[in-house]
Each structure stands twice: as structure tokens, then as C-alpha cells.
Design a protein around this ligand. Structure first.
Ligand code: CMC
Length: 387
């Protein structure tokens, strides 16, 4: 009740309280459950971070072992879901495939549909989905390559098993480590577009699969997770155009031109994105380890250097975000460009699930914003023949 305050794009609207992720955009601080992202990226692993986000505390050795075992036990799909994935044309975008396949899980696990789902089922949601989403992604990728699916290996850590499911042959430890770091950096980011979507959908007591599938579709867009694919396509375009990044900087500044420098800018980070700092370093390390000279990395670094000195970007506090260098790493790991945003899903899944669980545990009210109506005032209906 009372006057409605408009906040288009929710620039300054707090939608919930949360104990999961702390973010200070001015200082460039990101912490999961109090632990600095830098420490987690350096010393932890993705399974442990996922447990931490979902349960609030780092696991003991026994808890971590049980968590990994549960993920491994879930790293397979019901035959029906395999068929659904298989029905997509190979040209389909992996994000559409994932949204459909995740949503389809509701048909195979009806026990999750009860809004009063027991603690046991709530606790199972994370290990089951972490196991199954990795299998879905790999199955679709292999289909596009004309290859049959590979089996999960319970002995491998999360990132190694994902690579094992994707590619034939031995998993390279450096590649698996680089991937694990990327997944940690993507694991949660408080009330961004997709997490808020998960919360809005979950607030109606929609089931966990429906809520997470909604998060996937929100992430797909270029202004959000889709930026990682867009960055690589942009860098490729600059390379093909002769590598003149100044031209693209001018394009991004031109208000008449819809082009934006992809991977630049952030709603909350106004000095730097702490994830981008870590990723830039990881990018150098992995390319050096794999002995890859990617001209796109030079273009990216050049673009960054020029943009950081340019008044337009400085005035608007536009810095490289998490998506700016991540694509170059994914490319080095052998992941196709149109799968980059799906890689973001793999990383963000524990964050979305943690937000969903917290929402349900807090007994949140249904999300129901208001509007300011700007349309026609009352008018009388005219039959079609009179129009
Ligand atoms: N290139 C050129 N100009 C930009 C850019 C950019 N990448 N980003 C923002 N601006 C300008 C924008 O035109 C506006 O200028 P003015 O004040 O003169 O109108 C000003 O900066 C503020 O931009 P905004 O669109 O009002 O800011 P926002 O908080 O609504 O949007 C953003 C944030 C991330 C969507 C935006 O910066 C953007 O489109 N970036 C490119 C896409 C991208 O990299 N997205 C990934 C975000 S981080 C990870 C994730 O969410 O997945």
C-alpha cells in the first residue's frame, strides 16, 4: 500500500536478506559464506565450495567424501532425459537444451514436486543436479560431434569428470585445475538477474527443477551469462577485421551504435571485478602451460589497456568483468564457443540452488512487484465490424 517507488532494473531494491554471498562493489570484495573469493580460488575446489554455499560451512573430510560420492552416484540420466537431449538438432544452442533437460527432470523425480519436500530431498537436490547437469552438457556436446556418450568416472574430481565425459582420452590435470578455478569463481554472485529469477520462480513454490531451469534461461542473455560467448565472438570479429581495437572502442562509445564492449561493465562492481583479476592471471598461466599462443588474448589485453585509459570508460566506471577473459580459457580447454554460457551454468548451479534453499527455509513471501500504469484510461468496446 502507499505510493509506488519505481526502480526500473532494480538498481536499488533489496529483495531479500541472505547469508550466502557478500559483495562490495566499491571495494571489489566477493566472499562466499565469509570466505574471500581469492582464498577459495587459490586453495579450495569446486565440490567443496558448492558444499559450503549450500550448507553454510566448509565440509569435514568425511562430509566432502560423502558429497562427492552422492554427486558421482547421480552422474547419469534417466533414459527419457537422454532421449529428450538426443531429439534436439545438433545446431541447437546448448542453453536451450539445458533449460529443457533440467525442466524435464520434474517428470522423472515426482518426489521433488511436493512443496513440503522433506529435508532429505532438499539435501539431495544439489548432488543430484550437479551430477546430472554435467552429464547433460557432455551428452549434447558429444552428439554435436557425432559421438556416443561416455560414462562418468566416480574416482575423478568434479571438473576432471566433466572433461572425462566430454573428451576422449586422458584428462590433463592443468586443464582440470583451470576449469575448477573458473567454476569456483562463477559459483555464486548474490541477487543477479538469474539468481533473482530463481528466487522469483521459487517464491511461488514452483519445484526446484522449474526454478533452476528459469535461472538457466535468465543467464542465457548477452547482458548476463551470454556475455562470455559474445566476448569471444567480438574478439574474433576484431581479429578478422585486422585487429584494430581502437575502432571497436569508438563503436562502443557511439550512442547511435548499439554495439557495446562485451565483457565490460557491471551493475555492482565500480572499481574492478575481483573475479576478472583472478581470471586474467589464470588465463596467462593456462595458456603458457598448454603452450598456446592465442592472438585473441593479445587483442583482449590491448582492448583492456586502451579502454581503461579512455575517458568514456573511466567516467562510467567500466572495467573488464568475469566474462572478459573466461572465454579465452574455455577455448584453450577445447570447449566450443556456443557452450561457454552453459559452462557458466555448471559453475552457477550451486549458487542458484543455495539461493533457492535459503528462500524456502526463510519462508519467503511470493514475489509480486507493482507497476505504474501508463496505458489508456477507460474506453468502450467496439465490435470488430465497426473498427
Ligand atoms: N560498452 C559501452 N558502454 C557501456 C558498456 C559497455 N560494455 N556498459 C555500460 N556502458 C555505458 C552505458 O551505455 C551507459 O552510458 P550512459 O550513462 O552514457 O547512458 C553507462 O555505461 C551505464 O550503463 P548501464 O547499461 O546503465 O549499466 P547497467 O548497470 O544497467 O548494465 C551491464 C550493466 C553489465 C549489463 C552493462 O555494463 C553491459 O551491457 N555490459 C556488456 C555485457 C556484459 O559484459 N555483461 C556481463 C556482466 S558480468 C557477468 C554476468 O552478469 O554474467
Amino acid at each position: 500500500t502507499g505510493a509506488i517507488t519505481l526502480d526500473i532494473g532494480f538498481v536499488n531494491t533489496g529483495s531479500c536478506t541472505s547469508k550466502i554471498t557478500f559483495l562490495d562493489g566499491e571495494k571489489g570484495i566477493l566472499r562466499y559464506r565469509g570466505y574471500p573469493i581469492e582464498q577459495l580460488a587459490e586453495s579450495s575446489n569446486f565440490a567443496e565450495v558448492s558444499y559450503l554455499l549450500y550448507n553454510g560451512e566448509l565440509p569435514t573430510a568425511a562430509q566432502l567424501e560423502a558429497f562427492n560420492k552422492d554427486i558421482a552416484a547421480s552422474s547419469k540420466l534417466p533414459g527419457g532425459v537422454e532421449k529428450i537431449i538426443d531429439q534436439f538438432p545438433g545446431s541447437a544452442h546448448p542453453m536451450g537444451v539445458l533449460a529443457a533437460a533440467i525442466s524435464s527432470l520434474s517428470g522423472f523425480y515426482p518426489e521433488f514436486l511436493n512443496p513440503e519436500a522433506t529435508e532429505e530431498i532438499k539435501n539431495k537436490a544439489i548432488t543430484q543436479m550437479m551430477g546430472q547437469v554435467k552429464v547433460m552438457m557432455a551428452q549434447f556436446y558429444r552428439k554435436t560431434m557425432g559421438k556416443s556418450p561416455l560414462a562418468s568416472n566416480a574416482k575423478l574430481d568434479y571438473s576432471s569428470d566433466f572433461l572425462n565425459l566430454m573428451f576422449d582420452g586422458e584428462v590433463d590435470k592443468d586443464v582440470a585445475d583451470a576449469l575448477d578455478t573458473l567454476l569456483i569463481l562463477h559459483a555464486d554472485h548474490e541477487q543477479n538477474c538469474s539468481a533473482s529469477t530463481v528466487r522469483v520462480v521459487g517464491s511461488s513454490h514452483a519445484n526446484v527443477f522449474a526454478s533452476i531451469a528459469a535461472g538457466v534461461t535468465a543467464l542465457w542473455g548477452q547482458l548476463h551469462g551470454g556475455a562470455n560467448q559474445a566476448v569471444l565472438e567480438m574478439l574474433e570479429e576484431i581479429r578478422k577485421d585486422g585487429g584494430d581495437y581502437q575502432k571497436f572502442i569508438e563503436k562502443a562509445k557511439d550512442k547511435e551504435d548499439p554495439f557495446r564492449l562485451m565483457g565490460f561493465g557491471h551493475r555492482v562492481y565500480k572499481n574492478f571485478d575481483p573475479r576478472a583479476k583472478i581470471i586474467k592471471k589464470a588465463c596467462d598461466t593456462i595458456l603458457e602451460k598448454l603452450d598456446i599462443q592465442d592472438p585473441l588474448l593479445d587483442i583482449a589485453k590491448g582492448l583492456e589497456e586502451v579502454a581503461l585509459k579512455d575517458e568514456y570508460f573511466v567516467k562510467r566506471n567500466l572495467y573488464p568483468n568475469v566474462d572478459f577473459y573466461s572465454g579465452i580459457i574455455y577455448k584453450a580447454l577445447g570447449i566450443p564457443t556456443n557452450m561457454f554460457t552453459a559452462m557458466f551454468v555448471l559453475g552457477r548451479l550451486p549458487g542458484w540452488l543455495s539461493q533457492w534453499k535459503e528462500l524456502r527455509e526463510d519462508g519467503a513471501r511470493i514475489s509480486r512487484p507493482r507497476q505504474v500504469y501508463m496505458g489508456e484510461t477507460e474506453r468502450d468496446y467496439t465490435p470488430v465490424i465497426k473498427r
